[in-house]
Ligand binder design. Sequence first.
Ligand code: 3H9
Length: 701
Amino acid sequence: MSMLVKYERIDELGVITISNPPVNALSHGVRSGILEAVTQAQADDSKAIVILCEGRTFVAGADISEFGKPIQEPSLPQVNAAIEASVKPVIAAIHGTALGGGFELTLSCHYRCAVPSAFVGLPEVTLGLLPGAGGTQRVPRLIGVKAALDMMTSGEKVPADRARDLGLIDRVLEGDLPEAALDYARDCVAGGLGVRRIRDMQIPVDSGDEQTLDAYRKQLSKRKRGQEAPQRIVDCVETALNKPFDEGLAFERAQFVECTQSGQSAALRHLFFAERQALKVRNLNPDASAREISRVGIIGAGTMGGGIAMAFANAGIPVTLLELNQDGLDRGLALIAKNYGRTVTRGKLSASEASSRQALITGSTNYEDLGAVDLVIEAVFESMDVKKQVFRRLDEVCRTGAILATNTSYLDVNEIAAATSRPEDVVGLHFFSPANIMRLLEVVQAEHTADDVIVTAMALGKRIRKVPVLAGVCYGFIGNRMLRQYAKEAQLCMIEGAAPDQIDGALTDFGMAMGPLAVGDLAGLDIGYKARQALTDEQKGDPRTYCIADALVEMGRLGQKTGAGYYRYNPETRARSFDPEVLEVIRCEAERHGVVQRTLNNEEILDRHILALVNEGFRILEEGIAQRPGDIDLVYVHGYGFPSYRGGPMFYASQRGLDVVCQRLEALADQSGERYWEPAPLLKQLVDQGQSLDDWMNNQR
Ligand code: 3H9
């Protein structure tokens, strides 16, 4: 038998143990090992079979790196069929996370037990897939149509006690594995429990019908706009409702195989691995280990500071929230209370959990209270003078070895660090608003930042369930530096003749969460306006890239908060509508700047926005501001609403073909006469040498 799966007899039980670190993924060797063990167990005089795993978790799914390659037999459905057909009861014993194919493996067993800390789930949808080893057919039979659809289309992990209440598992064990599971199995034998196959069960009537399915299809086309897999999951459940089990399985399998070959799944798998790669920082001293972080200070109780405080409290880390005066602090704490209250009202958090999280946040107006914290994050007004003052003060009060972080979006972290006597302890931690929700965290490595500070920041980011990405110092780091090029195109497309709703429509059709002009209205047009007021004409750059925004602000149209910006907003519903007055403003500005307006097609609008991101991305890579193309993709997907099923701007460029992208940029340069459209040197070099971004990455090592 393979090294990965062991079969042994313990008294009357046949025990199958899977051992394939780190997460017991169902690679080919594991699949064939299980099949062999199950077959062997049929022939001996064991009374029941127990399947359990060694290491930190039960099987966490199929081996994601095997997708897109030919499937080597036995396939997981074949293994599952053999388990389900067993003539003696098979019992799965779950610890850690039984996910995807791992949970489907347990569904082919006749009984399931789990330790209290375990989770089960079918997260395939997050990889652009659907459960492909019986999940879509067995889960509805077990827990009904609606609950099954909720589980499979959200991909959420279900904790053991809830899984038992739903009927996904039979028993939450007290005591440790394997003993507790073996005892449960002995109870099953003693109680005369025989095989119990989900394939023979009926989907509970009244748990959902065709109408239910239609409602899900409609809702998912909004909530998971543009995504194929969620719709296919509904199709599979429909088949489970209407067809015999084996036909349902065959249908599911065909859908699954198609998904594994889809561009959407390739993009989402790319992001899965990118997220794990991003944590690995190159060129660090291998001996650098994380500093301990058990209490955090946050300076500034505004929207940003409050959101950051919640992100830590949500992960169980106590926070001291500092504000200059009591009024500001009270307002900040009230906002936090309101946010938690809303989560409770929406049923996403229990009232007691919310209040215990809130209790982790202590307010203060006294810098001395930061004397013992392990990390401080400054989230004050975006001004170099103000930030320097804060860091000088921190340098006085913080203990030796405390990490001093700034949440600046644009300012030079080296200059901020230089205001202290310990630049090695200074780092950028750039959160995105709302910071308790948005997953991106840019970790900005300044010139003198110590290696162990970077190690700490990356590990801490993961601990508070963010996606940390390393960035170097430059204006805007990774995300905002790219955003500038993108936002500029929105302005230029407008003055050249595209209406705001055409521009936003082209980008939301592509899958962006919001269009650039709707985002501008949401953030407030006055923010950019004020920032520009501080600049010289030369620093402001080409007036065509801001004249419309300026004109709107001067008319009192600051965006959603004043009921009008690029659009008009219904004061009650906040619904957005097209405003002819804006077209007139745009027309006047075009005339004033000598721009001849024309009709732009959506393809041009889309390319100008997305390729502006891509071209800047290549410059960022070449300069070493980002470590990898995948890091840039994570930034754009998790911080700026880029559609995850397109994998991020760099993945998109690779899929489209670097040569095609390069030609398109050259065409845009010719058409506009603008130098900034010239392909970034790295892009040109890769195209000239016929290399991919992966090739380039491999050469960096
Ligand atoms: C599926 O099952 C399809 C079926 O329906 C049908 C089949 C026919 N495969 O995340 P971590 C690696 S689809 C390959 O840092 P954690 C990961 O890359 C699958 N590799 O640990 C990393 O490698 P490295 C459905 C995998 O403790 C290392 O393991 N299942 C897989 O923070 C440690 O991972 C899922 O979508 C895999 N399935 O979190 C679950 N999983 O060290 C995906 C992990 O080289 N996995 N690796 O960077 C997870 O959600 C998390 O890994 C888990 C552990 C929660 C399990």
